[in-house]
Design a protein around this ligand. Structure first.
Ligand code: FE2
Ligand code: FE2
Length: 208
């Protein structure tokens, strides 16, 4: 594909992601639909958590797309695209759960997509090992973030818990796959910067 084709393709994927029309791997929704009688407070807390997670999954899409776009190694590029498709499953599940809880997505999602795409492309341009190191660190931070959400969500909201646990297992697998593919650990200041950027995103998406 030439640069223009690439650009049009990425715009198409961005629009599909932001309008929640992108297809994932087709895995089924990991929820039994059993807990419909949550209190107003339980529902509102879960909606806030899922709104943040949806923003995170929008960012994950863009990070993987940005990294894949500049990746020169065909195998690693395929791996990044495949992991991105699994993130699309998460995006679909978070959106569905958010709707069930009567929540609304963050209006900042397009901003997170654009910013994350740029960050992904920058890290991707440093070479495959750094790019995989970035995946490893991002996914490890996401696992920690999901664990925090699992400790905050009401024990009665077993549907949300099931989604969070399934996502946590996937994110952990993404980190392991990056290590197995030859990731190079990032510097501590870079890790701190990533964590700070993620905090800005999660704290603002909870309200805006
Ligand atoms: Fe994810
Ligand atoms: Fe992931």
């Amino acid at each position: 594909m030439n640069i223009l084709d690439n650009f049009i393709n990425e715009c198409d994927i961005a629009l599909k992601t932001l309008s929640y029309k992108k297809n994932g791997t087709g895995r089924s929704y990991p929820v039994n639909q059993t807990n419909s009688n949550l209190s107003k407070e339980e529902k509102s807390l879960s909606a806030q958590l899922m709104r943040v997670n949806l923003a995170g999954e929008v960012a994950a899409q863009a990070l993987y797309r940005g990294q894949a776009m500049v990746c020169k190694n065909a195998d690693i590029k395929n791996h990044l695209v495949q992991a991105g498709e699994e993130e699309t499953d998460h995006l679909i599940w978070c959106k569905k759960r958010l709707e069930e809880l009567n929540g609304k997505p963050s209006i900042l999602n397009p901003v997170w997509y654009a910013g994350s795409f740029a960050i992904g492309a920058v890290f991707g341009s440093f070479g495959e090992k750094t790019s995989l190191g970035f995946v490893e660190e991002t996914e490890k931070q996401v696992v920690k973030h999901l664990e925090k959400h699992l400790s905050r969500v009401s024990k009665n909201d077993t549907d949300t818990i099931e989604i969070l646990k399934t996502m946590r297992a996937d994110e952990d697998m993404h980190a392991q796959e990056a290590i197995e593919s030859g990731s190079e650990s990032l510097s501590e200041p870079t890790k701190k910067m990533m964590s700070f950027t993620a905090k800005v995103m999660t704290s603002s998406s909870a309200y805006i």
